[in-house]
Design a protein around this ligand. Structure first.
Ligand SMILES: [Zn+2]
Ligand SMILES: [Zn+2]
Length: 347
């Protein structure tokens, strides 16, 4: 009797367990379907893993051995313009070299993308409080708005305060930022919060002239003047390492200097304004844009002179023309490889 009851009990328990498992399985399918749907809606550009850990503090003290031996990588953190865009953060390109991340411009949303890229591609140096260095092309806000985000995100955990380079105006911006964040610094410094690095918020700023502005191991960063109308100075950057050469235009109208600096580089990142899109603007705006930005046809002319291995378009202004048409516009002049960059692209 006891045995029978026991067996019966096991049978009932098993049936209940199977039923619970079926229920759980159905719910899991439902949850993953909903997560998939949400993922598809929220991140149309793809593969954003949903099984990431929640917020974690990156405490690495410096580049690991594996990072030191990796080839140079370029991660596109933002391809947008001043016009808010749900799919594109403000302009920013990260170069990962020997376990350090060097950012070129920090438009709005780019530091959020740095966190995404840190996990998507397993690049610890892209965790915001691990990013050592930033180079600014010019002082337009669509290239600087995430400077505060970069300098002050988890600043008390920074290995060292942010190092920054850029044109005249940088010192004023950093002075203002320090003032703006004063209340935060005060309450954290004078309160009960432990501060592993009490000076992690101190930003080092160097206002540059054209020429070589930074060297570390085989990495060389050279700034050169570009033609961004009356926004002066505005710099482009050439970055050379043992295995890659990269030119970043920043914002510029047609520039012979840039074509010269970009001769034969592996990657030329160039801003672009659609020739067809531009025609939809008033004569006033057409004239303004022609003086400060490069039309698709002129980007093609520059690439034909420079012959980069890859021409990567970013910071695109389209004014209602389909984005992809800008590639055809450039290709009508330049026969080489042309890519229209999206946020989080890797080269
Ligand atoms: Zn811009
Ligand atoms: Zn600009």
């Amino acid at each position: 009797m006891e045995r029978h009851d026991y067996a019966q009990g096991v049978k009932t328990a098993s049936r209940q367990l199977v039923s619970v498992m079926k229920h759980l399985f159905r719910n899991m399918l439902l949850v993953s379907a909903v997560a998939g749907l949400l993922g598809a809606c929220a991140a149309p550009q793809g593969a954003f893993p949903v099984d990431l850990l929640s917020a974690e503090i990156e405490t690495r003290q410096g580049p690991g051995a594996a990072e030191l031996s990796e080839p140079t990588r370029v991660i596109v953190l933002g391809t947008g313009t001043p016009i808010p865009d749900a799919r594109r953060a403000g302009a920013s390109i990260a170069i990962i070299h020997k376990g350090e991340a060097y950012l070129f411009d920090v438009g709005a949303g780019s530091i959020r993308n740095a966190t995404v890229a840190r996990y998507k591609y397993d690049i610890p140096s892209l965790y915001p409080s691990q990013i050592c260095c930033v180079f600014i092309t010019h002082m337009h806000s669509d290239h600087t708005l995430d400077f505060p985000e970069l300098a002050y995100t988890l600043w008390w955990r920074r290995r060292a305060g942010l190092l920054s380079w850029g044109p005249t105006g940088m010192v004023r911006m950093v002075r203002g930022l320090t003032e703006m964040m004063g209340p935060d610094t005060d309450v954290r410094t004078r309160g009960s919060q432990p501060l592993p690095n009490p000076t992690g918020n101190v930003v080092t700023v160097i206002e540059i002239e054209e020429g070589i502005v930074f060297k570390k191991d085989d990495l060389v960063v050279e700034a050169f003047k570009v033609n961004h109308g009356n926004i002066k100075p505005a710099f482009g950057y050439k970055i050379t390492t043992a295995d890659k050469s990269i030119v970043i235009s920043g914002d510029t109208a047609y520039s012979e200097t840039l074509a010269e600096k970009a001769k034969g580089v592996d990657l030329l990142f160039h801003e672009v304004i659609s020739e067809l899109g531009l025609m939809k603007n008033s004569p006033f705006w057409q004239n303004y844009h022609k003086n400060v930005h490069t039309t698709s046809i002129d980007v093609g002319r520059i690439a034909s002179k420079a012959q980069p291995k890859k021409l990567v378009l970013y910071h695109g202004l389209y004014y209602g023309t389909p984005e992809a048409s800008v590639i055809d516009e450039v290709k009508s002049v330049f026969e080489g490889e042309v890519i229209l960059a999206n946020d989080l692209d890797v080269f």
